[in-house]
Design a protein around this ligand. Structure first.
Ligand code: PHE
Length: 446
């Protein structure tokens, strides 16, 4: 318990870590496919509004609680609760967050493992190892298990090194690389035949869809998942921010980076699908919609890369490297939630906590790999569609109804002394009290 807590050493370090958590498979895969199946830019429009009106305030709630308590999710929620009942609720919500994020990591590691396998496929082909390449791209239990283990080893390695030497160091290296690769890929894909048609499908809005409840529910779920909300991730990262930092500003930078990268990913994925179509790859599923599920990433795009000749090999390497980086900077933030709790609450040392908890998550992942059909969708649905929004709701209640308003203001004032004169403080508390919880419930019950 006596070990000093880690802290991000600079604003840049925090921004890379938090946007690294936010930017993941949710942005590069989830967002473009959601947009493509929900009226293109109409979805984008709804997403932008929901991300800034609902997800950003909820992100701020987590950052503020975290930095105030300087502790893991369970301890932090308890420290802002007054009565016995709210302390019990704090314990329940904190634990539910830890369990939920561990299950999110267990399915995330499977998909991330596919990304690593597909990253090695073009390398194997370059080396003339065609049988290996074939094995790497075939969906089989042995391959999936092996790559889950590799991915979890990378995650555990980074987390065991701590906040500064693990999370901050790696996020500061990986996130800038991710942005550069993404931009290069977009520029390249846009030069190919068919890309402009994809750009049109993505950016020309079908506004007749905008009030469609399904679109709004998808956009809201997407925004919450994408900003890593409700499970204590941002709370724990917030607990490592310096007291000198201006929270409303860094929070909005994280939201901007997350949304910006999602929008950019759309400019890569959707045009790439149309390029694939003009190269003769099937991009519509049986029901006539664009292929959006795993087939998109592990079959449509690889077929596109294969049809591009030798440049295709480079593009495939760059693309799956991008996906692997995006996954890894998110997975470390997930593992940090239970690790921070074990280190602070039970005095376990960090590397040991990272290894044990990483092993537990790996075992759950392997159980899912071996029982993919019944379990995978079930775990995704329970964690992201049921647990995450409910916990997001609970965080709103904690910060707006349980915690004292003066203490909230006191916390934000550190690093932002005039915050109560600005627009943030005029709008945010009202939002957190009424709009956020109500909106989450409405969307939830849809
Ligand atoms: N935000 C990540 C993504 O978009 C996923 C995530 C969810 C990360 C919950 C941490 C916690 O892929």
């Amino acid at each position: 318990m006596a070990t000093p807590r880690g802290e991000f050493t600079s604003r840049f370090g925090f921004l890379m870590a938090a946007s690294g958590s936010a930017v993941g498979l949710g942005n590069i895969w989830g967002f473009p496919t959601n947009a493509a199946s929900n009226g293109g830019a109409a979805f984008l429009f709804a997403y932008l509004i929901l991300a800034f009106a609902l997800a950003y305030p909820a992100l701020m709630a987590e950052l503020i609680i975290g930095r105030h308590a300087r502790a893991n999710a369970v301890t932090a929620l308890q420290s802002i609760s007054r009565g016995r009942k709210s302390k019990i609720l704090a314990l329940a919500v904190g634990f539910a967050g830890i369990v939920t994020v561990s299950f999110i990591l267990s399915f995330y590691a499977i998909v991330s493992g596919w990304m690593i396998a597909h990253f090695f496929d073009p390398l194997a082909r370059l080396a003339g190892l065609d049988a290996l390449a074939q094995w790497l791209t075939e969906d089989a239990v042995v391959r999936n298990s092996l790559f889950v283990i590799i991915f979890m080893l990378l995650t555990v390695y980074i987390i065991s090194a701590g906040v500064k030497d693990g999370i901050e160091k790696w996020a500061s290296r990986l996130m800038p690389s991710l942005i550069v690769i993404l931009i290069l890929l977009i520029l390249y894909v846009l030069t190919l035949p068919g890309a402009m048609e994809g750009m049109r499908a993505y950016l020309v809005p079908d506004f007749s869809r905008i009030a469609d409840p399904a679109l709004l529910v998808d956009a809201m779920g997407q925004a919450f998942f994408s900003l890593s909300l409700g499970v204590g991730t941002m709370l724990v990262y917030g607990s490592y921010i310096s007291k000198r930092e201006n929270l409303p500003v860094v929070g909005s930078l994280v939201a901007l980076l997350d949304v910006g990268i999602a929008v950019m990913a759309g400019m890569l994925i959707i045009p790439a699908m149309y390029v694939a179509q003009s190269n003769g790859v099937e991009i519509y599923d049986a029901s006539g919609g664009l292929i959006a599920g795993p087939g998109l990433i592990v079959s449509v795009l690889p077929s596109l890369f294969n049809s591009m000749g030798s440049v295709g090999i480079l593009v495939a390497i760059a693309f799956f490297l991008l996906m692997t980086i995006a996954s890894l900077t998110s997975s470390i933030s997930m593992l940090e939630v239970p690790v921070a709790y074990s280190v602070e609450h039970h005095g376990v040392d960090r590397p040991k906590a990272a290894i044990i908890l990483g092993a537990v998550v790996t075992v759950i992942s392997l159980i899912i790999v071996f029982n993919f059909d019944p379990l995978f969708d079930l775990v995704v649905t329970y964690t992201t569609e049921i647990s995450q929004p409910l916990l997001g709701f609970a965080f709103c209640i904690f910060v707006a109804w349980i915690w004292s308003r003066n203490e909230v203001l006191e916390e934000i004032r550190q690093g932002s002394p005039n915050v109560d004169a600005g627009i943030f403080w005029r709008v945010w508390p009202f939002y957190m009290k009424f709009i956020c919880p109500l909106a989450i419930l409405v969307v939830y019950f849809q």
